[in-house]
Structure formats: structure tokens, C-alpha cells
Design a protein. Sequence first.
Length: 153
Amino acid sequence: MSWSPDDEAFMRAALAEATVAASVGEVPVGAVLVHNGAIIGRGLNRPIQDNDPTAHAEVMAIRAAAAAVKNYRLLNTTIYVTLEPCAMCVGAMLNARLSRLVFGAYDQKAGAAGSVVDLSDNRSFNHRLEVNGGLLETQCSAVLQDFFRSRRA
């Protein structure tokens, strides 16, 4: 796939969120939600900090964006995430009616946008999500690998 300069810039913003998550001991996943070329929601993993198993970066970005635009429907938006989302997060994206998902690293253990399962294009649901994976994959993977390497040391 050919990535636009905007795609790369927004993924770098998601990587910045992931770096913050790592600095507070959370698994370093970051997300930004974009509408009309502007970030309307940011999120980083916070399940440990918030004692909330649903506080994934994607959910946090969706919550922030919905609050910012005062609507639970986030039509014509793109979410950039450093790691392929899990089933819960893809479900949240479908419920919010996001248009596009761009992710960095593939998740061979829990990825629900094509790696383990693909909920994004399930014909049983009344909404579909365009998925583009692998943007800045090396950098996104490195953040996760470095975090877990330091935890094992």
C-alpha cells in the first residue's frame, strides 16, 4: 500500500501516545482519531492506571473524540493505532461507525482486523470498516518489543 504523508504523520502521533503509555508502565499502544485532517481524539493504554479492562488506546481515543464532537457516531473518521486492535476495540469502532482503521504492527495473538479474526468486514454486522495495516510497522513493533524486553530484564 502507498501511504500518504498525512497517514505517516498521524501514525507518528499515535506512536507518541504509545511512548507515554510505556513511560507509565502500560503496554505501549497509542491511537489518534482523525476527522477532516485534524485529530479529534487521542488515546493510550490505561487499563492498569484506571483499573479498567476496557481502557485500551482505541477506546480512549473514541471516547475523547465522541466527547469532543458531542456525538456517539464518528462518521467519516480514521483511527490510527500502533497495534492491530483486539475484538473489543474493533467492535467499538464498528459501533461508532468509523470509516477507516490504519494500524502499525500486526497482532498474531489477538488481532481482530485480519490476523486472528477479521471483524471489520463481517457481513453479519450492519457496518464495515476499511482496514489498512502495516504503516510504520517496524517502528510500532520496536516500541512493543523494547517495552517487553525491559520488563523481562
